[in-house]
Design a protein around this ligand. Structure first.
Ligand SMILES: Nc1ncnc2c1ncn2[C@@H]1O[C@H](COP(=O)(O)OP(=O)(O)OP(=O)(O)O)[C@@H](O)[C@H]1O
Length: 221
């Protein structure tokens, strides 16, 4: 479904290469693989790789294939790809602080319909936040924000869900709830790419890779 070939990515500071982050890195999420976990030490480049996959970062060398088609790395083409296919749960949730929970989830729907509100209520219930629809985001805890971000991602019913440390702010029980939701999404055909430090989360994925020495290596947990 997604293939990145020979990716070179440098961190540039004051027009100089400060650090070579990826060198001839290859990534592949095959049509047959429901989910993949990306692991690696802090600062190894997990978020950067997710940003490349999400089309949010196009400043790299190498080729990007989506559904076997080469994607031209322009902001417009990548935005279009994202709009049609991808939901992202970022490390900082990217929610609108001054809006309430329901308004944030409704932003996730590609097309709103008469049923959108009741669907959004169902997603809220699934993430254990029934009764939170009218609360302002700024009044929620980190873990609650993370679950709203997951509910918003579900609203899009994406082909691909990209999640950056999606359980980082959650206790064990809530982590289990979120992992069950991911299993349900996979059953419905959504593919998932997760960056994580958690072995439990990684074990819930069919494939695990680790960023090491500027490349990806397959690992068995
Ligand atoms: N826009 C940027 N400008 C400068 N440096 C950057 C930028 N984006 C990322 N980096 C650097 O690239 C490296 C990789 O960062 P990244 O956030 O991808 O790592 P990570 O593996 O996700 O880390 P963590 O597990 O701590 O979230 C870091 O050293 C970071 O400082």
């Amino acid at each position: 479904m997604i293939e990145l070939k020979n990716i070179n990515k440098n961190i540039i500071k004051n027009k100089q290469i400060e650090r070579v982050l990826f060198e001839n890195l290859n990534f592949s999420l095959s049509d047959a693989t429901p989910s993949i976990a990306i692991m690696g030490r802090s600062g190894s480049g997990k978020t950067t790789l997710l940003n490349i996959i999400a089309g949010l970062d196009i400043n790299y060398e190498g080729e990007y294939f989506f559904n076997h088609n080469l994607v031209y790395k322009t902001t417009d083409k990548m935005a279009d790809l994202r709009l049609k296919n991808i939901s992202i749960i970022t490390q900082h949730y990217n929610l609108l602080d001054d809006r309430n929970v329901m308004e944030n989830i409704l932003l996730g729907f590609r097309k709103k319909s008469a049923q959108s509100k009741s669907q959004a209520m169902d997603y809220l219930k699934m993430v254990g936040l029934e009764g939170y629809a009218h609360k302002k985001i700024k009044h929620l805890s980190g873990g609650e924000c993370q679950r709203v971000a997951i509910a918003r991602a579900m609203a899009k019913a994406p082909t691909l869900l990209i999640a950056d440390e999606p359980t980082g702010a959650l206790d064990e029980e809530t982590e289990r709830i979120v992992l069950n939701i991911f299993q349900e999404l996979k059953r419905k055909g959504t593919k998932i790419i997760i960056a994580t430090h958690s072995k439990e989360v990684a074990k819930s994925c069919e494939q695990v890779v680790v960023i090491k020495d500027k490349r990806l290596k397959a690992v068995k947990l």
